[in-house]
Design a protein around this ligand. Structure first.
Ligand code: MGD
Ligand code: SF4
Length: 743
C-alpha cells in the first residue's frame, strides 16, 4: 500500500495514539497492519546501508513455505533523518539481505593468507581458535597488542572486548580518512562539532548556501538531500565550489570551477572582502567571537586579484559571491562538509570555513547552523567496563595534538609494521574494507602480513575479509537488534534497530559474537548478561533497560521506530537561548589560542599545493548516489543501477589525446602504478587539469560475484598521502595520473 498522509490518518484513528497534533505525520506498525487486515507485518528499524541511519519500515510477508520475507523497505515519516523516504541505497537493503554471496558461516583460514582457502567451522570452534591465539599474543606482548579498525555499529561491541583485554587501541577510517578534521577544527574554533551524526545545517531555511567540495545529491544523505531540494525550491542561491560541474553545481546560482588545492586562497579572500567591505555581522562578532583584529590583519594580503590568479576563477565572481553572502547574512551557511581529507593541510582550510560562518553570524541562526538540542540523555552503562584513557596511549595519540582519542588508522598500520612504540599483533576488522578505505593499500597489506591474528567481523567476503585468519559472519541490519540510537537533529529523539526477520544461515549479531568471545577469554563479567530469558535475548533486554533509563516507552519505540524528546528543540539563538562555546576564551576563536600554544598558525594561512606536471592530471574522487563507499557494490539491486565507475575527462583533453566517449583506457600514477581498464566519460563538466572517478569500485575478491572486476579501484592509484599536522587526517588528493590509451 502506498504510504500517504491519508493512510497515516487512517492508522491514527485506529491506534490508541490517534489524538496526535494534526500536522504531525503518524505511524504505528501495529495500526497499519491492522488497517490493512492482511497477513503483512511492519517492522520499524534503522537503515545501515550508510551511516545516516534513517528510520526505515520493513514490510514482511510469508512466502509459500510460511517463512518471513522482507518484501519492501520504506522511509519512516516520524524519523527526522528519513522524513518518510529512503534513498535508493536504503531501498536496496533487501538486495543485501538476500545477496547469495553473503558470508554464511564462521570460517578459519587453511591456506596462505590471501589464497582464499578456508574451512567452515562451528561458532564454538571459531571462538576457541580466536581465544587461544589471543591469549598467546597477550601473554607475550600485553593487552594493548590487540587492536581494532572499526566502521559502523559492529565495532561498538568489540570495543567492550578490547577494553576488557586492556586495550584502547582502536582506529576509525571515519576519522583520519573522513570527518575527523572537521570535528577537531570546529571544536578548536567553536568548542563544538557542527554535527553529531548529521550536520546541523538548516538548509531548508538558507538564503545563500556555499558548498565547497560537498557534492550533495551525489553524496546522498537522505534528509539533507531532501532539505537541499527544498532550499532549491525556495530560491536559495547556491554557490558551488568544485572543479567538476556536480549535480549540486547544476542547481547553483554560481559555479566556481576552482583549481584543485586552492580552496583556502578563496576562503581567505572571502574573509578579507567580508571584513574590508564591512559585510560581516558586527553585533554577533562583538558578542560571540574573539581575535577579530588579528584575523583582519592576517587576511589583508589575500586580495581578489591575487585570488583570481591563484584559483583560476574570475575576480568578479569571487567578489560577487562574498557580497551575496554578506547581503543575506546571517541566513546563510558555508556547509562544513564531511569528507575533508584532501591535501594534507586541510585543518587550515576547514578553519577558514568555520571562521567565515562566524563572521556571517550563522551559528544558531535560521538558515545557518542550528544549535544542538537541549538536555542530555541519562548515562546508561550496565554492561560495559570503563574505557582505558585512549588519549594516553601513544599509538592512539600519534604525533597529532588535535587528533583527540579517535585513533588514526595510518598510525596503527605503521605500528603493526614497525612494532614501535610496542608490538601490535592482533587486529579485529569490523565492517571495514581496509584495502579500499585506507590510502596506500600496499602498506595496508604489509601490515596485515605482519599480524599473528586477524579477525574479520563482516557480512560480505570482501578482499580484506578474505585475508583474515578467522571470519565471524555478522547478520545484516535487517536481522538484528543494535544499540538504541540517540538522534540529535533540530530535536533530540531515540530510534531503534530491531530485526525484521531471523538471521539467515549461521550468522549472528555482533553484540552476541563479542559477548561470547568475552566468555571464552574468561571475561564473563564483560559479556552482555541476560536477566531472565535466553542469551540470544540479552541485548533486547538491555535495550529495554536503556529505554527505561531514558524515560521512553519501549512498546511505543518498537511500534513507531522513533520517539522524540519533548521540549528538546531550541535551534536558534534568542534572548533566552544563548549559545555556549567551550573554547579557552568562551567565544568562537577566530584566533585560536590552542593552535598558538602548539606553534601552529592561530589564524589560517594559505599554502600552495603541488600541481600536476606535464601530461598528468590530479586524481579526484567522490561518491555515487546509489553506492556507499565499497560496501554496496555487490548488492544485487544497486549493482544493477551502477555496475562500474568511469573516469571523467575534459572534452578538450580528450580531443588532444584522441579519445572518444566510453572508450576504455588505463590510468598510471606518479609511482607507475597502473589501473585496470576503465571507461572514459568525455565531458565539459570538469576542468582540464584533473580527472574524477567514483570511489569504491574495482573489487578483487572472486567471492563477490557481481562486484568482482567491476570498474576500477581509485585507492590503488592513491599510493601517496599527505598527513595534516594538526589532526592526523590523511590528504588523498595528492596523486597524479596519466591516461594510457592501449588497453
Ligand atoms: P565501507 O566501505 O562502508 O567502509 O571505508 P570502509 O571503512 O571500508 O564498508 C566496508 C565493509 O563493511 C564491507 O566489507 C562491508 O561488507 C561491511 N559491512 C557492511 N555492512 C555491515 C554490517 O552490518 N556489519 C558488518 N560487520 N560489516 C558490514 C569507508 C572510509 O573510506 C570512509 S568512512 C571514508 S569517508 C573514506 N572515503 C574514501 C573516498 O571517498 N575515497 C577514497 N579514495 N578513499 C576513501 N576512504 C575512506
Ligand atoms: Fe539508508 Fe539512504 Fe538513509 Fe543512508 S541515506 S541511512 S542509505 S536511506
Amino acid at each position: 500500500m502506498a504510504f500517504s498522509r491519508r493512510n497515516f490518518l487512517k492508522y491514527a484513528a485506529i491506534s490508541a495514539g490517534g489524538a496526535a497534533v494534526a500536522d504531525t505525520p503518524l505511524f504505528s506498525a501495529r495500526a497499519r497492519a491492522a488497517a490493512e487486515g492482511g497477513t503483512a507485518r511492519y517492522v520499524p528499524t534503522s537503515c545501515e546501508m550508510c551511516f545516516w541511519k534513517c528510520g526505515a519500515i520493513a514490510k514482511v510477508e510469508k512466502d509459500k513455505d510460511g517463512k518471513d520475507v522482507v518484501v519492501k523497505l520504506e522511509g519512516n515519516p516520524l524519523h527526522p533523518q528519513s522524513m518518510g523516504k529512503l534513498c535508493a541505497r536504503g531501498q536496496g537493503g533487501i538486495g543485501q539481505l538476500y545477496d547469495p554471496d553473503r558470508l554464511k558461516r564462521p570460517m578459519i583460514r587453511t591456506g596462505k593468507r590471501g589464497d582464499g582457502q578456508y574451512k567452515e567451522v562451528s561458532w564454538d570452534e571459531a571462538f576457541d581458535f580466536t581465544a587461544k591465539k589471543l591469549k598467546a599474543i597477550i601473554a607475550e606482548h600485553g593487552g594493548h597488542s590487540v587492536s581494532m579498525i572499526s566502521h559502523g555499529s559492529p565495532g561498538d561491541y568489540f570495543t567492550n572486548l578490547l577494553n576488557a583485554l586492556g586495550s584502547g587501541n582502536i582506529a576509525f577510517p571515519s576519522f583520519a580518512q573522513c570527518k575527523g578534521i572537521r570535528d577537531a577544527v570546529w571544536e578548536l574554533t567553536y568548542g563544538h562539532k557542527p554535527a553529531t551524526s548529521c550536520e546541523r545545517v538548516d538548509l531548508r531555511n538558507s538564503k545563500v548556501m556555499v558548498l565547497i567540495g560537498t557534492h550533495l545529491g551525489e553524496n546522498m544523505h537522505n534528509s539533507q538531500t531532501q532539505e537541499f531540494a527544498e532550499a532549491v525550491g525556495n530560491g536559495c542561491k547556491i554557490i558551488c565550489v568544485d572543479p567538476r560541474f556536480s549535480t549540486a553545481a547544476s542547481k547553483s546560482w554560481l559555479w566556481l570551477p576552482i583549481k584543485p588545492g586552492t580552496d583556502t586562497a578563496l576562503l581567505l579572500t572571502w574573509i578579507n572582502i567580508i571584513i574590508s567591505e564591512e559585510l560581516y555581522d558586527k553585533a554577533y562578532v562583538d558578542q560571540y567571537t574573539s581575535g577579530f583584529e588579528q584575523l583582519k590583519e592576517a587576511v589583508k594580503e589575500y586580495t581578489p586579484e591575487w585570488c583570481a590568479k591563484e584559483t583560476d576563477l574570475h575576480e568578479a565572481d569571487i567578489v560577487a559571491a562574498a557580497q551575496e553572502l554578506g547581503r543575506y547574512a546571517p541566513n546563510v551557511v558555508v556547509h562544513p562538509g564531511r569528507h575533508l581529507a584532501w591535501y594534507g593541510n586541510d585543518s587550515q582550510r576547514v578553519r577558514a570555513m568555520a571562521i567565515l560562518n562566524a563572521l556571517l553570524g550563522t551559528w544558531g541562526r535560521p538558515g545557518g547552523l542550528y544549535l544542538p538540542p537541549k538536555g542530555k540523555f541519562a548515562k546508561f552503562n550496565d554492561s560495559a567496563p570503563d574505557y582505558p584513557d585512549a588519549e594516553e596511549d601513544p599509538v592512539i595519540k600519534g604525533d597529532y595534538p588535535f587528533a583527540g582519542g579517535e585513533g588514526l588508522t595510518q598510525v596503527l598500520r605503521e605500528t603493526i609494521i614497525t612494532g614501535e612504540p610496542y608490538p601490535v599483533k592482533a587486529l579485529f576488522v569490523c565492517g571495514s574494507d581496509l584495502l579500499r578505505a585506507l590510502p596506500a593499500p600496499d602498506i595496508t597489506r604489509k601490515a596485515i602480513d605482519n599480524l599473528d591474528l586477524m579477525v574479520a567481523v563482516d557480512i560480505m567476503p570482501s578482499e580484506t575479509t578474505m585475508l583474515a585468519d578467522v571470519i565471524l559472519p555478522e547478520c545484516t541490519y535487517l536481522e538484528r537488534h543494535d544499540g538504541l540510537f540517540k538522534i540529535e537533529t533540530r530535536e533530540s529523539g531515540v530510534a531503534i534497530r530491531q530485526p525484521a526477520v531471523e538471521p539467515m544461515y549461521d550468522t549472528k549479531p555482533a553484540w552476541w559474537i563479542a559477548s561470547e568471545l568475552c566468555k571464552k577469554m574468561g571475561l564473563a563479567d564483560y559479556a552482555v548478561k541476560s536477566q531472565g530469558s535466553s542469551d540470544m535475548k540479552a541485548w533486547e533486554e538491555r535495550m529495554k533497560r536503556q529505554a527505561a533509563a531514558w524515560g521512553i516507552s519501549w512498546e511505543e519505540l518498537a511500534d513507531k521506530g522513533y520517539v522524540s524528546i519533548p521540549g528538546s528543540s531550541a535551534p536558534y539563538i534568542t534572548a533566552d537561548n544563548q549559545p555556549s562555546f567551550k573554547t579557552y576564551s568562551g567565544k568562537i576563536e577566530l584566533y585560536s589560542t590552542d593552535l598558538a600554544d602548539y606553534h601552529f598558525d592561530p589564524v589560517p594561512k594559505y599554502e600552495p599545493t603541488e600541481q600536476p606536471g606535464e601530461g598528468m592530471y590530479r586524481l579526484i574522487y567522490g561518491r555515487s548516489p546509489v553506492h556507499t563507499f565499497s560496501r554496496t557494490i555487490n548488492s544485487p539491486w544497486l549493482w544493477e543501477l551502477q555496475k562500474e565507475n568511469q573516469v571523467w575527462l575534459n572534452k578538450k583533453e580528450a580531443e588532444r589525446l584522441g579519445l572518444k566517449d566510453r572508450q576504455y583506457v588505463r590510468l598510471e600514477n606518479q609511482d607507475q602504478v597502473k589501473s585496470g581498464p576503465v571507461q572514459v566519460k568525455v565531458t565539459e563538466r570538469i576542468r582540464r587539469d584533473c580527472v574524477y572517478m567514483v570511489h569504491g569500485f574495482g573489487h578483487k575478491s572472486p567471492s563477490l560475484s557481481k562486484a568482482h572486476g567491476s570498474g576500477v579501484d581509485d585507492q590503488l592509484l592513491i599510493t601517496r598521502y599527505k598527513v595534516d599536522p594538526i589532526t592526523g587526517g590523511t590528504g588523498m588528493r595528492v596523486n597524479f595520473v596519466k591516461i594510457i590509451k592501449e588497453v
